[in-house]
Design a protein around this ligand. Structure first.
Ligand code: SF4
Length: 245
């Protein structure tokens, strides 16, 4: 699906004039401006790669990005921030090519832009286990296995519907499935990856059969409970504080 990308000026205005922009997760904390308001254990610089000799250590980068993204998921302007991160300049390139915006890393935003411009969509590589076995993602998968409606899934996972939609979209991509994958396809892939036990999946009337990761299963007929609720369909982010603050 081709996404509608805003120009950078419009996207930035939409973000910065939002009535809740001041409450963004990456804003400086009122008591200690060196840390982020959304998580005071994080420095406000966590959304951008540090300028260090030899580059940032890979494990440190992963940890920093994961922590920053967790804050983005609860941010009141996440959707506007994603749109800003996906915005393009006159040359058709990302207006903000570095950093995390709206819960997406710069690499993810670049890849999304490249995919969008390819005639044939690029195959999505499944993510490694450690990226899928987070507490929140496993909670979401258990909830999705037990419920079909978006509201019930979100409630069972202990999160609001927007956050549940974000997890759904993220997990779908990380399982190597297309964004349009149905509930049944997501659950089947999760079972195949060992993230869920097959008996945890409530499937009525058809059973979920494990499938190979990266291959679209076809025999499931469940409605996609969260179709149309995907935050990532609205799109990409990038460097936060340096640009948006
Ligand atoms: S990067 Fe964007 S979505 Fe993330 S906390 Fe900052 S303003 Fe919110």
């Amino acid at each position: 699906m081709t996404q509608q990308r805003l120009g950078s000026y419009t996207a930035r205005q939409n973000l910065m004039t939002h009535r809740r922009y001041r409450y963004r997760g990456c804003a400086p904390d009122v008591d200690n401006p060196m840390v982020a308001a959304g998580d005071t254990s994080l420095p406000v610089t966590a959304w951008e790669a540090p300028d260090v000799d030899g580059g940032e250590d890979q494990a440190v980068r992963r940890e920093r990005e994961a922590a920053a993204v967790e804050v983005c998921v609860d941010c009141p302007v996440m959707v506007q921030c994603m749109a800003f991160g996906a915005s393009v300049n006159a040359a058709g390139k990302l207006a903000v090519p570095h950093g995390i915006l709206g819960g997406m890393t710069a690499l993810e935003r670049h890849k999304a832009l490249v995919r969008e411009r390819q005639v044939e969509p690029a195959p999505v590589e499944p993510a490694p286990d450690h990226e899928l076995r987070t507490e929140q993602k496993l909670a979401f998968l258990r909830a999705l296995a037990a419920h079909e409606s978006a509201g019930e899934v979100a409630a069972a996972a202990g999160m609001d519907v927007r956050k549940a939609a974000w997890h759904r979209s993220r997990i779908t991509t990380q399982l190597g499935l297309e964004k349009s994958a149905s509930r049944g396809e997501v659950l089947a892939a999760a079972v195949a990856r060992g993230l869920l036990r097959a008996e945890e999946v409530v499937v009525d009337p058809e059973p979920v059969a494990p499938v190979s990761v990266g291959v679209r299963p076809v025999q499931l007929s469940l409605d996609d409970a969260l179709d149309g609720a995907s935050v990532t369909d609205l799109f990409a982010p990038q460097t936060v504080l340096g640009v948006a603050a």
